[in-house]
Design a protein around this ligand. Sequence first.
Ligand code: MRU
Length: 374
Amino acid sequence: MKVDGKPTRTIWLEADGLTVVVIDQTALPHRFATVQLATLDEAARAIRSMIIRGAPLIGATAAYGMALAMRDDASDEALERAYAVLLETRPTAINLKWALDEMLAALRNRPRAERLAAAYARAAEIADEDVEINAAIGRHGLALIDKIAATKKPGERVNVLTHCNAGWLATVDWGTATAPIYMAHDKGVNIHVFADETRPRNQGASLTAWELGQHGVPHTVIPDNTGGHLMQHGMVDLVIVGTDRVTANGDVCNKIGTYLKALAAKDNGVPFYVALPSPTIDFTLSDGLAEIPIEQRAAEEVATMTGLTADGRIETVRVVPKGSAVANYGFDVTPARLVTGLITERGIVAPTRADLAAAFPERSNVAANPRAAE
Ligand code: MRU
């Protein structure tokens, strides 16, 4: 998508073909800055500290992290160490493990001398595939938006509500939840987005609003607790969110607060769609609530807020009294029964075990029989 009118991805290589460059998402929306990643540890830190975030981009960055590790040492031990270091950076988004497994499969049985080139090649493929997948998600989601637009009176806008940032910043390009939105906007559909602010890190207010603004998509940032009210008043036509992990039976784990939006959508008859690339499906799990690890992050993220002062400084201020306990669960699980449909690269899939397995038989078979993949 575009930054100041220039097509930009979220991750690319420096002219040396080895150093990885990412957008520093902690500086947005106030400053567009990039960060260079030259080592495994720098890649791991970028994921852990959320310089980059969003499930698909975490996967792509981890893939390049493995490639960076091969620069220093292409031994079996270094390969296993890089896998372990990157795997523990963030627990919830399954794209991380998926990408690391892909890298391991591409490198493990190769001679050491070939590993560096093979690692960069596979990481680049993972990044390119993400772009293609998201474009396909966009085309399938666009059909949904077109259908709603066709039932509207001339001049009426289609209102989409989204949570967190499942936009191009969370992926390599296009985004998942935002791909249908960008495509609808580009073809002239009168579309408007309600972006949940998404406390505590404000990915909606800071990132979704910024990227929609860069692309010229009309949008309104709302406090997290506003969506239910809007739905009760007929102001939301559909909800599209992203996800960090979907289980084999269609339970959806996404940024904390997603579940409440799904409840409100159900109560108000608003369609609730989840956009996802197939690497986000974890066919080894069958019960999202019981089995998906939910990241808990630092209390500071809740106890403080960071923003731009009137004189242009970025400052962090405390908003919770000292001494008050704080809880910071990063994600929640929306049960499959609350999900209208899953927008995937292979079309819109019902959130059921049978439909997911039918749409992605090669992935569900491997999960059922992991040795078949070896
Ligand atoms: O904690 P984050 O910012 O990495 O969480 C991101 C989300 O929850 C996204 O909505 C999800 O990863 C889907 S990204 C296409």
